[in-house]
Design a protein around this ligand. Sequence first.
Ligand SMILES: [Mn+2]
Length: 302
Amino acid sequence: MTSKVLHLIGAEVGEGASDGGCKWGAQALRERGVVQALATTGRVITWGDSVTAQPQHASSRLDAIEAFSRQLAMSVERALRQGHQPLVVGGDHSCAAGTWSAVAQFLRPEGALGLIWIDAHLDAHTPQTSDSQAPHGMPLAALLGHGSEGMAGLYGWRGKLLPAHVVVIGARSYEPAEAELLAALDVRVMTMEEVLDRSFAACFAEARAIVKRNTAGWGLTLDLDGLDPLDAPGTGTPVETGIRLADAVHVLAGSGHDADFVAMELAEYNPLRDFGGRTAQAAMQLVCAALAPDLRELALAA
Ligand SMILES: [Mn+2]
């Protein structure tokens, strides 16, 4: 796994949110040196495409996100077919629909996709339940098969994620309709209350076991607002009392060593709210920890 090229893809989308600042997240992280930071881990890095949402060619916000999702999915699928490990750098979290649809499509001949979803929110609205109609509140529902054709039905099939293969960690701000959908589907949601009670390490270990069970591969989508705003204030929609950075770095370290780990996504970095660049630093620490090669393995090979 560690010999795979780490293939960064910029997901330049902010149209999924009410505050569009996340559109500049990928570019800002690139300017702040995310490629160089990852290169210091010893991995071979390539920056593939940057996919940009084009609202000027769309009739609505949802329409823009649907077109963007198709584009992003094509880029992610291409990276996977090259044998690379994609790291999608958002962008608001609506990018998850494109990213994980592509991963699910790629894995489909082998089996199901497992996904750990770290987030303060549930992202489980559909156009029928959302007051704001903001697509970044809909990607998890879409991947579970509920939502608009363009978000939920990419590649002509629904249910990219089966409820038994996804775990949400860190949820603390959501609406009843979202919780009801996930409860009806029997998706495991570890609320922030549970994380504080059991520790992030214990929750992540359980989640990892769940997403690896009966799946062909698993991934991690990290909404930066899952972190505590004390450590990561520059996000699209910050919510008090999240996972602390030091904890997250420690626990996520080495996720990418797993032979079944297919891809990672980092979302909701909002550089317009990131005074001093603290959140960018946090984001880079997290991806480096999660995706650094196994040093023991390198030492054995040498
Ligand atoms: Mn999210």
